[in-house]
Design a protein around this ligand. Structure first.
Ligand SMILES: Cc1cc2nc3c(=O)[nH]c(=O)nc-3n(C[C@H](O)[C@H](O)[C@H](O)COP(=O)(O)O)c2cc1C
Length: 179
């Protein structure tokens, strides 16, 4: 069966809104990182997630060599840091000059004030054309309560908005979903 054109695929994916993450790693005492939205949960037992990274970027080889990475889920107000790690503030911009950084288990850089952090060992890599899918074993997490995630969709950074319940006589429902 014929596949769709790259243009049609990219246009449709633009409607797939994601939270914005910074993927970091450390190798020989140096820090590396990139902005990524291609991050998702695989399963909760055991805790595994996946990250897709373009092989042409400079961080890709560092993640492969280090065997560890950290997913920093950005919060509202982190759009400048997202641009920095996407290379949009210039190639020579010192990415780690923005924000305050710490570490968890793997020694990969952890950004303070993120909504969530997943510190990971890489369990498996799968090459798919221009990208590597990193299958990650989560060894530590951190959640910052009362922070809202930064989103990216339709070519723009966006904020999360809760659906306002209609003002009516309908009884209150629990709108908390679990999966
Ligand atoms: C919103 C946004 C999402 C992105 N998502 C990804 C992604 O999921 N995977 C990826 O490899 N690059 C992604 N990029 C592109 C990288 O951030 C960009 O190519 C970066 O310059 C790579 O840095 P490096 O060459 O230092 O590794 C994204 C960029 C933006 C602005």
């Amino acid at each position: 069966m014929e596949t769709v054109s790259t243009q049609d695929f990219v246009q449709a994916m633009g409607q797939h809104v994601s939270s914005v993450c910074i993927i970091t790693t450390t190798l020989n005492g140096e820090r590396f990182g990139l902005t990524a939205t291609a991050v998702n949960s695989i399963c909760a037992t055991p805790p595994r997630l996946l990250v897709c990274v373009n092989t042409s970027g400079s961080t890709h080889a560092k993640i492969l060599a280090a065997g560890v990475l950290c997913v920093n889920v950005l919060a509202e107000g982190h759009d400048e840091i997202a641009k920095a790690f996407a290379g949009l503030l210039g190639k020579d911009f010192d990415k780690f000059s923005i924000g305050t950084w710490t570490k968890l288990k793997t020694q990969s850089p952890v950004l303070n004030e993120t909504t969530a952090v997943f510190d990971c060992h890489i369990a498996e890599t799968i090459k798919q054309f221009t990208h590597t899918i990193f299958i990650c074993e989560v060894v530590a997490t951190r959640v910052t309560k009362n922070t809202a995630p930064l989103l990216y969709g339709n070519q723009k950074f966006r904020h999360l908005r809760k659906i306002e319940a209609p003002k009516s006589n309908t009884p209150e429902v629990d709108d908390t979903l679990q999966y």
